[in-house]
Design a protein around this ligand. Sequence first.
Ligand SMILES: CC(C)(COP(=O)(O)OP(=O)(O)OC[C@H]1O[C@@H](n2cnc3c(N)ncnc32)[C@H](O)[C@@H]1OP(=O)(O)O)[C@@H](O)C(=O)NCCC(=O)NCCS
Length: 408
Amino acid sequence: MAKALEGIRVLDMTHVQSGPSCTQILAWLGADVVKLEAPSGDITRKQLRDVPDVDSLYFTMLNANKRSITLNMKSERGKELFTKMVPKFDILVENFGPGTLERMGFDWDTLRELNPRLIYASIKGFGEGPYKHFKAYEVVAQAMGGSMSTTGFEDGVPLATGAQIGDSGTGIHTVAGILAALYQREHSGTGQRVTVAMQHAVLNLCRVKLRDQQRLTHGPLAEYPNKQFGDEVPRSGNASGGGQPGWAVKCAPGGPNDYVYVIVQPVGWEPIARLIGRPELVDDPEWATPEARLNKLDKMFQLIEEWTVNHNKWDVLAKLNAHNVPCGPIMSTKELIEDSSLADNDIVVKVDHPERGEFTTVGMPIKLSDSPVDIERSPLLGEHNVEVLAELGVDAAEVAELQANGVI
Ligand SMILES: CC(C)(COP(=O)(O)OP(=O)(O)OC[C@H]1O[C@@H](n2cnc3c(N)ncnc32)[C@H](O)[C@@H]1OP(=O)(O)O)[C@@H](O)C(=O)NCCC(=O)NCCS
Protein backbone atom coordinates (compact mmCIF):
# COMPACT_ATOMS: atom_id res chain seq x y z
CA MET A 1 0.00 0.00 0.00
CA ALA A 2 1.25 3.52 -0.78
CA LYS A 3 2.25 5.82 2.05
CA ALA A 4 1.05 9.35 2.70
CA LEU A 5 4.37 11.05 1.91
CA GLU A 6 5.60 8.64 -0.74
CA GLY A 7 7.84 10.45 -3.22
CA ILE A 8 8.65 13.27 -0.79
CA ARG A 9 12.34 13.61 -0.02
CA VAL A 10 13.71 15.06 3.20
CA LEU A 11 17.30 16.19 3.68
CA ASP A 12 17.61 15.73 7.41
CA MET A 13 20.37 17.80 9.02
CA THR A 14 18.96 17.36 12.49
CA HIS A 15 20.68 16.08 15.59
CA VAL A 16 19.97 15.22 19.22
CA GLN A 17 16.18 14.97 19.83
CA SER A 18 13.96 17.84 18.68
CA GLY A 19 14.80 17.66 14.97
CA PRO A 20 15.18 13.86 14.74
CA SER A 21 11.78 13.36 16.40
CA CYS A 22 10.25 15.47 13.60
CA THR A 23 11.98 13.75 10.70
CA GLN A 24 11.30 10.30 12.15
CA ILE A 25 7.56 11.05 11.92
CA LEU A 26 8.04 12.20 8.31
CA ALA A 27 9.84 8.92 7.57
CA TRP A 28 7.01 6.93 9.16
CA LEU A 29 4.58 8.83 6.97
CA GLY A 30 6.51 7.48 3.99
CA ALA A 31 9.02 10.21 3.10
CA ASP A 32 12.53 9.25 2.01
CA VAL A 33 14.53 10.81 4.85
CA VAL A 34 18.26 11.12 4.24
CA LYS A 35 20.07 12.07 7.42
CA LEU A 36 23.13 14.17 6.65
CA GLU A 37 25.69 13.95 9.44
CA ALA A 38 29.15 15.33 9.99
CA PRO A 39 31.73 12.54 9.45
CA SER A 40 31.87 12.23 13.26
CA GLY A 41 28.10 11.53 13.32
CA ASP A 42 25.16 12.84 15.32
CA ILE A 43 26.54 13.24 18.84
CA THR A 44 23.75 11.07 20.26
CA ARG A 45 25.11 7.99 18.48
CA LYS A 46 27.71 7.97 21.27
CA GLN A 47 25.72 9.49 24.15
CA LEU A 48 24.35 7.37 27.02
CA ARG A 49 25.58 4.19 25.38
CA ASP A 50 24.42 0.98 27.04
CA VAL A 51 26.40 -1.31 24.74
CA PRO A 52 30.03 -0.42 23.92
CA ASP A 53 30.76 0.75 20.34
CA VAL A 54 27.14 0.43 19.25
CA ASP A 55 24.77 3.27 18.34
CA SER A 56 22.97 4.30 21.52
CA LEU A 57 19.27 3.81 22.18
CA TYR A 58 19.10 7.61 22.22
CA PHE A 59 20.01 7.52 18.53
CA THR A 60 18.25 4.36 17.45
CA MET A 61 14.94 5.41 19.01
CA LEU A 62 14.88 8.77 17.19
CA ASN A 63 16.23 7.89 13.77
CA ALA A 64 14.22 4.92 12.56
CA ASN A 65 13.39 4.48 8.87
CA LYS A 66 16.06 6.99 7.77
CA ARG A 67 19.09 6.64 5.50
CA SER A 68 22.44 8.11 6.59
CA ILE A 69 25.09 9.98 4.68
CA THR A 70 28.11 11.81 5.98
CA LEU A 71 29.30 15.13 4.61
CA ASN A 72 31.79 17.61 5.96
CA MET A 73 29.97 20.87 5.40
CA LYS A 74 33.08 22.84 6.29
CA SER A 75 35.03 21.48 3.30
CA GLU A 76 34.78 23.05 -0.15
CA ARG A 77 33.93 19.72 -1.79
CA GLY A 78 31.32 19.10 0.90
CA LYS A 79 29.65 22.42 0.12
CA GLU A 80 29.75 21.64 -3.62
CA LEU A 81 28.06 18.29 -3.11
CA PHE A 82 25.48 19.86 -0.80
CA THR A 83 24.74 22.48 -3.48
CA LYS A 84 24.00 19.67 -5.93
CA MET A 85 21.91 17.83 -3.37
CA VAL A 86 19.52 20.62 -2.35
CA PRO A 87 17.57 20.66 -5.67
CA LYS A 88 16.87 16.94 -5.29
CA PHE A 89 14.95 17.34 -2.03
CA ASP A 90 11.55 18.72 -1.12
CA ILE A 91 12.30 19.47 2.51
CA LEU A 92 15.38 20.47 4.49
CA VAL A 93 15.16 20.24 8.27
CA GLU A 94 17.81 21.35 10.75
CA ASN A 95 18.12 22.20 14.42
CA PHE A 96 21.66 23.49 14.59
CA GLY A 97 22.61 26.22 17.00
CA PRO A 98 21.58 29.69 15.74
CA GLY A 99 23.37 30.80 12.55
CA THR A 100 25.17 27.50 11.95
CA LEU A 101 23.84 26.74 8.46
CA GLU A 102 24.40 30.38 7.47
CA ARG A 103 28.02 30.09 8.63
CA MET A 104 28.33 27.03 6.38
CA GLY A 105 27.33 29.37 3.52
CA PHE A 106 23.66 28.46 3.14
CA ASP A 107 21.13 31.03 4.22
CA TRP A 108 17.48 30.95 3.16
CA ASP A 109 18.03 33.14 0.08
CA THR A 110 20.81 30.87 -1.16
CA LEU A 111 18.78 27.73 -0.50
CA ARG A 112 15.65 28.93 -2.27
CA GLU A 113 17.72 30.08 -5.21
CA LEU A 114 19.08 26.53 -5.43
CA ASN A 115 15.59 25.08 -5.13
CA PRO A 116 12.53 27.38 -5.24
CA ARG A 117 10.28 24.47 -4.21
CA LEU A 118 12.32 23.75 -1.08
CA ILE A 119 10.58 23.81 2.29
CA TYR A 120 13.24 24.77 4.80
CA ALA A 121 12.32 24.01 8.40
CA SER A 122 14.39 25.07 11.40
CA ILE A 123 14.04 24.43 15.09
CA LYS A 124 15.74 26.91 17.39
CA GLY A 125 15.46 27.59 21.09
CA PHE A 126 13.87 30.99 20.63
CA GLY A 127 12.19 33.34 18.20
CA GLU A 128 13.28 36.83 17.15
CA GLY A 129 14.48 39.10 19.94
CA PRO A 130 16.90 39.05 22.85
CA TYR A 131 17.29 35.25 23.05
CA LYS A 132 17.60 34.62 19.32
CA HIS A 133 21.29 33.72 19.41
CA PHE A 134 21.08 31.42 22.43
CA LYS A 135 21.42 27.66 22.24
CA ALA A 136 18.76 25.62 23.99
CA TYR A 137 18.09 22.15 25.33
CA GLU A 138 14.91 20.49 26.55
CA VAL A 139 14.83 21.83 30.07
CA VAL A 140 15.93 25.33 29.01
CA ALA A 141 12.76 25.44 26.89
CA GLN A 142 10.71 24.09 29.79
CA ALA A 143 12.21 26.77 32.03
CA MET A 144 11.43 29.59 29.61
CA GLY A 145 8.15 28.28 28.21
CA GLY A 146 6.09 28.20 31.41
CA SER A 147 6.40 24.51 32.22
CA MET A 148 8.89 24.55 35.10
CA SER A 149 7.29 27.42 37.01
CA THR A 150 3.99 25.53 36.98
CA THR A 151 5.24 21.99 37.59
CA GLY A 152 5.82 20.63 41.08
CA PHE A 153 4.48 21.42 44.51
CA GLU A 154 4.11 24.92 45.88
CA ASP A 155 6.68 24.36 48.64
CA GLY A 156 9.19 22.70 46.29
CA VAL A 157 11.55 23.77 43.53
CA PRO A 158 10.42 24.19 39.91
CA LEU A 159 10.45 20.78 38.19
CA ALA A 160 11.12 19.45 34.70
CA THR A 161 8.56 17.02 33.26
CA GLY A 162 9.47 13.49 32.18
CA ALA A 163 7.69 14.15 28.90
CA GLN A 164 10.12 15.82 26.52
CA ILE A 165 7.82 18.62 25.59
CA GLY A 166 10.67 20.96 24.62
CA ASP A 167 12.31 18.53 22.22
CA SER A 168 9.80 15.99 20.92
CA GLY A 169 6.97 18.48 21.56
CA THR A 170 8.70 20.97 19.25
CA GLY A 171 9.38 18.17 16.76
CA ILE A 172 5.66 17.50 16.46
CA HIS A 173 4.88 21.19 16.00
CA THR A 174 7.47 21.26 13.22
CA VAL A 175 5.85 18.28 11.49
CA ALA A 176 2.60 20.26 11.38
CA GLY A 177 4.34 23.27 9.84
CA ILE A 178 6.11 21.17 7.21
CA LEU A 179 2.95 19.34 6.17
CA ALA A 180 1.06 22.64 5.85
CA ALA A 181 3.88 24.07 3.72
CA LEU A 182 3.82 20.96 1.52
CA TYR A 183 0.09 21.43 0.97
CA GLN A 184 0.48 25.14 0.21
CA ARG A 185 3.19 24.29 -2.32
CA GLU A 186 0.57 22.36 -4.27
CA HIS A 187 -1.14 25.69 -5.00
CA SER A 188 1.72 28.19 -4.89
CA GLY A 189 4.35 26.09 -6.61
CA THR A 190 6.99 27.38 -4.21
CA GLY A 191 8.47 26.25 -0.95
CA GLN A 192 8.70 28.35 2.18
CA ARG A 193 10.47 28.82 5.47
CA VAL A 194 9.10 27.00 8.53
CA THR A 195 10.50 28.01 11.90
CA VAL A 196 9.53 26.71 15.31
CA ALA A 197 11.03 27.92 18.56
CA MET A 198 11.17 25.48 21.46
CA GLN A 199 10.12 28.21 23.90
CA HIS A 200 7.02 28.85 21.78
CA ALA A 201 6.12 25.18 21.46
CA VAL A 202 6.36 24.67 25.23
CA LEU A 203 4.28 27.78 25.86
CA ASN A 204 1.67 26.46 23.44
CA LEU A 205 1.51 23.31 25.56
CA CYS A 206 1.25 25.47 28.70
CA ARG A 207 -1.62 27.50 27.24
CA VAL A 208 -3.96 26.72 30.15
CA LYS A 209 -1.48 28.21 32.60
CA LEU A 210 -1.75 31.57 30.82
CA ARG A 211 -5.52 31.11 31.03
CA ASP A 212 -5.09 30.84 34.80
CA GLN A 213 -2.69 33.79 34.93
CA GLN A 214 -5.52 35.98 33.59
CA ARG A 215 -8.18 34.36 35.78
CA LEU A 216 -5.98 35.16 38.76
CA THR A 217 -6.63 38.87 38.31
CA HIS A 218 -10.27 38.14 39.22
CA GLY A 219 -9.50 36.24 42.41
CA PRO A 220 -7.97 33.01 43.73
CA LEU A 221 -8.06 29.85 41.61
CA ALA A 222 -10.57 27.86 43.63
CA GLU A 223 -9.80 24.53 41.97
CA TYR A 224 -6.09 24.76 42.88
CA PRO A 225 -5.03 23.04 46.12
CA ASN A 226 -3.08 26.17 47.11
CA LYS A 227 -4.36 28.23 50.00
CA GLN A 228 -2.62 31.49 49.13
CA PHE A 229 -2.15 33.23 45.82
CA GLY A 230 0.24 35.96 44.76
CA ASP A 231 0.26 37.58 41.34
CA GLU A 232 1.54 34.56 39.39
CA VAL A 233 0.17 31.06 38.80
CA PRO A 234 1.64 28.83 41.51
CA ARG A 235 2.79 25.23 41.17
CA SER A 236 -0.27 23.18 41.95
CA GLY A 237 1.02 19.64 42.42
CA ASN A 238 -1.26 17.13 40.77
CA ALA A 239 -4.32 19.36 40.36
CA SER A 240 -5.91 18.54 37.05
CA GLY A 241 -5.57 21.90 35.35
CA GLY A 242 -9.05 21.52 33.90
CA GLY A 243 -12.58 22.21 35.02
CA GLN A 244 -12.96 18.86 36.82
CA PRO A 245 -10.92 18.24 39.97
CA GLY A 246 -8.39 15.41 39.97
CA TRP A 247 -5.57 14.10 42.17
CA ALA A 248 -3.21 11.14 42.44
CA VAL A 249 -4.27 8.95 45.34
CA LYS A 250 -2.22 6.17 46.94
CA CYS A 251 -2.95 2.50 46.36
CA ALA A 252 -1.77 -0.82 47.76
CA PRO A 253 0.91 -2.06 48.18
CA GLY A 254 2.42 1.42 48.45
CA GLY A 255 5.26 1.32 45.89
CA PRO A 256 6.55 4.48 44.17
CA ASN A 257 4.04 4.15 41.31
CA ASP A 258 1.16 2.67 43.26
CA TYR A 259 -1.15 5.60 42.67
CA VAL A 260 -4.26 6.23 40.62
CA TYR A 261 -5.14 9.60 39.19
CA VAL A 262 -8.86 10.07 39.84
CA ILE A 263 -11.10 12.74 38.32
CA VAL A 264 -14.35 13.60 40.05
CA GLN A 265 -16.88 14.74 37.47
CA PRO A 266 -20.26 15.90 38.84
CA VAL A 267 -21.83 12.56 37.81
CA GLY A 268 -18.95 10.66 39.35
CA TRP A 269 -19.58 11.68 42.93
CA GLU A 270 -22.45 9.31 43.63
CA PRO A 271 -20.69 6.11 42.49
CA ILE A 272 -17.44 7.20 44.14
CA ALA A 273 -19.15 7.96 47.44
CA ARG A 274 -20.83 4.53 47.38
CA LEU A 275 -17.62 2.72 46.36
CA ILE A 276 -15.58 4.30 49.13
CA GLY A 277 -18.21 3.29 51.66
CA ARG A 278 -19.58 6.79 52.29
CA PRO A 279 -23.08 6.61 50.71
CA GLU A 280 -24.38 9.23 53.15
CA LEU A 281 -22.27 11.86 51.32
CA VAL A 282 -24.26 11.43 48.09
CA ASP A 283 -27.08 13.66 49.31
CA ASP A 284 -25.29 15.55 52.06
CA PRO A 285 -25.56 19.23 51.05
CA GLU A 286 -21.98 19.71 52.29
CA TRP A 287 -20.77 17.20 49.67
CA ALA A 288 -23.47 16.68 47.06
CA THR A 289 -22.50 19.36 44.50
CA PRO A 290 -19.23 20.34 42.84
CA GLU A 291 -19.60 23.82 44.38
CA ALA A 292 -19.98 22.35 47.87
CA ARG A 293 -16.89 20.16 47.37
CA LEU A 294 -14.73 22.91 45.87
CA ASN A 295 -13.42 24.28 49.19
CA LYS A 296 -12.52 20.82 50.48
CA LEU A 297 -11.02 19.01 47.53
CA ASP A 298 -8.08 17.92 49.70
CA LYS A 299 -10.50 16.31 52.16
CA MET A 300 -12.45 14.71 49.27
CA PHE A 301 -9.33 13.09 47.82
CA GLN A 302 -8.29 12.02 51.32
CA LEU A 303 -11.62 10.17 51.68
CA ILE A 304 -11.08 8.53 48.31
CA GLU A 305 -7.54 7.58 49.28
CA GLU A 306 -8.72 5.94 52.49
CA TRP A 307 -10.47 3.50 50.16
CA THR A 308 -7.80 3.19 47.40
CA VAL A 309 -4.96 2.38 49.83
CA ASN A 310 -6.64 -0.96 50.39
CA HIS A 311 -6.74 -1.88 46.69
CA ASN A 312 -4.11 -2.16 44.01
CA LYS A 313 -4.20 0.39 41.21
CA TRP A 314 -5.52 -2.07 38.59
CA ASP A 315 -8.36 -3.01 40.87
CA VAL A 316 -9.18 0.67 41.40
CA LEU A 317 -9.05 1.21 37.61
CA ALA A 318 -11.56 -1.59 37.05
CA LYS A 319 -13.88 -0.56 39.87
CA LEU A 320 -13.99 3.12 38.93
CA ASN A 321 -14.34 2.44 35.22
CA ALA A 322 -17.26 0.13 35.93
CA HIS A 323 -19.01 3.40 36.91
CA ASN A 324 -17.51 5.48 34.08
CA VAL A 325 -15.28 7.41 36.45
CA PRO A 326 -12.24 8.70 34.52
CA CYS A 327 -9.03 7.58 36.19
CA GLY A 328 -5.56 6.34 35.35
CA PRO A 329 -3.11 4.17 37.26
CA ILE A 330 0.35 5.74 37.29
CA MET A 331 2.17 3.43 34.88
CA SER A 332 5.89 2.94 35.36
CA THR A 333 8.29 2.68 32.43
CA LYS A 334 8.61 -1.05 33.19
CA GLU A 335 4.86 -1.53 33.05
CA LEU A 336 4.67 0.42 29.80
CA ILE A 337 7.41 -1.52 28.04
CA GLU A 338 5.77 -4.80 29.10
CA ASP A 339 2.17 -3.76 28.34
CA SER A 340 0.66 -6.12 25.80
CA SER A 341 -2.06 -3.71 24.66
CA LEU A 342 0.58 -1.13 23.74
CA ALA A 343 2.46 -3.82 21.82
CA ASP A 344 -0.79 -4.82 20.09
CA ASN A 345 -1.22 -1.19 19.08
CA ASP A 346 2.28 -1.11 17.58
CA ILE A 347 3.21 1.74 19.87
CA VAL A 348 5.72 -0.33 21.83
CA VAL A 349 7.63 -2.05 19.05
CA LYS A 350 10.56 -4.43 18.81
CA VAL A 351 13.16 -3.67 16.14
CA ASP A 352 16.20 -5.62 15.07
CA HIS A 353 19.52 -3.82 14.71
CA PRO A 354 22.59 -5.35 13.05
CA GLU A 355 24.95 -4.27 15.84
CA ARG A 356 22.86 -4.20 19.01
CA GLY A 357 20.34 -6.93 18.21
CA GLU A 358 16.72 -6.55 19.19
CA PHE A 359 15.59 -3.49 21.12
CA THR A 360 12.31 -1.83 21.95
CA THR A 361 11.20 1.53 20.66
CA VAL A 362 8.12 3.71 20.69
CA GLY A 363 6.24 3.43 17.42
CA MET A 364 4.12 5.84 15.42
CA PRO A 365 1.48 7.53 17.58
CA ILE A 366 -0.50 8.83 14.59
CA LYS A 367 -2.48 6.12 12.80
CA LEU A 368 -3.55 6.59 9.19
CA SER A 369 -5.91 4.00 7.71
CA ASP A 370 -4.37 4.22 4.23
CA SER A 371 -0.72 4.78 5.12
CA PRO A 372 0.64 1.85 7.11
CA VAL A 373 3.84 2.23 9.09
CA ASP A 374 6.63 -0.34 9.23
CA ILE A 375 9.10 0.56 11.94
CA GLU A 376 12.59 -0.06 10.55
CA ARG A 377 15.96 0.27 12.22
CA SER A 378 18.06 3.43 12.23
CA PRO A 379 20.94 3.59 9.74
CA LEU A 380 24.58 3.07 10.59
CA LEU A 381 26.76 6.15 10.13
CA GLY A 382 27.25 6.80 6.41
CA GLU A 383 25.54 3.55 5.49
CA HIS A 384 23.99 5.10 2.39
CA ASN A 385 26.87 7.26 1.20
CA VAL A 386 27.40 5.26 -1.97
CA GLU A 387 23.78 5.12 -3.10
CA VAL A 388 22.96 8.75 -2.31
CA LEU A 389 26.17 10.14 -3.81
CA ALA A 390 25.57 8.04 -6.94
CA GLU A 391 22.52 10.22 -7.60
CA LEU A 392 24.94 13.16 -7.86
CA GLY A 393 27.11 11.29 -10.36
CA VAL A 394 29.79 10.39 -7.81
CA ASP A 395 31.15 6.91 -8.54
CA ALA A 396 32.48 4.36 -6.06
CA ALA A 397 36.14 5.32 -6.68
CA GLU A 398 35.40 8.94 -5.88
CA VAL A 399 33.44 7.93 -2.79
CA ALA A 400 36.59 6.21 -1.52
CA GLU A 401 38.63 9.32 -2.30
CA LEU A 402 36.11 11.57 -0.51
CA GLN A 403 36.35 9.30 2.49
CA ALA A 404 40.14 9.37 2.47
CA ASN A 405 40.05 13.17 2.31
CA GLY A 406 37.62 13.54 5.20
CA VAL A 407 34.83 14.98 3.01
CA ILE A 408 32.41 12.21 3.96
C1 LIG B 1 21.32 21.46 20.61
C2 LIG B 1 22.43 22.47 20.58
C3 LIG B 1 22.46 23.27 21.90
C4 LIG B 1 23.75 21.72 20.42
O1 LIG B 1 24.81 22.63 20.32
P1 LIG B 1 26.19 22.16 19.67
O2 LIG B 1 26.51 20.79 20.12
O3 LIG B 1 27.20 23.22 19.95
O4 LIG B 1 25.82 22.03 18.12
P2 LIG B 1 25.63 23.11 16.97
O5 LIG B 1 24.32 22.87 16.34
O6 LIG B 1 25.84 24.52 17.45
O7 LIG B 1 26.78 22.71 15.92
C5 LIG B 1 28.09 22.47 16.37
C6 LIG B 1 29.08 22.54 15.24
O8 LIG B 1 28.98 21.38 14.44
C7 LIG B 1 29.19 21.74 13.10
N1 LIG B 1 28.56 20.81 12.16
C8 LIG B 1 27.33 20.28 12.21
N2 LIG B 1 27.12 19.49 11.13
C9 LIG B 1 28.24 19.53 10.40
C10 LIG B 1 28.65 18.94 9.18
N3 LIG B 1 27.84 18.14 8.51
N4 LIG B 1 29.86 19.20 8.72
C11 LIG B 1 30.70 20.00 9.40
N5 LIG B 1 30.38 20.62 10.54
C12 LIG B 1 29.16 20.37 11.05
C13 LIG B 1 28.53 23.08 13.00
O9 LIG B 1 28.97 23.82 11.89
C14 LIG B 1 28.91 23.73 14.32
O10 LIG B 1 30.18 24.33 14.19
P3 LIG B 1 30.35 25.94 14.37
O11 LIG B 1 29.90 26.23 15.75
O12 LIG B 1 31.82 26.07 14.15
O13 LIG B 1 29.51 26.59 13.35
C15 LIG B 1 22.25 23.45 19.40
O14 LIG B 1 22.34 22.73 18.21
C16 LIG B 1 20.92 24.20 19.42
O15 LIG B 1 20.73 25.16 20.19
N6 LIG B 1 20.00 23.80 18.54
C17 LIG B 1 18.71 24.44 18.37
C18 LIG B 1 17.78 24.08 19.49
C19 LIG B 1 17.57 22.58 19.63
O16 LIG B 1 17.15 21.91 18.74
N7 LIG B 1 17.86 22.12 20.86
C20 LIG B 1 17.41 20.81 21.27
C21 LIG B 1 18.25 19.73 20.87
S1 LIG B 1 17.43 18.24 21.35
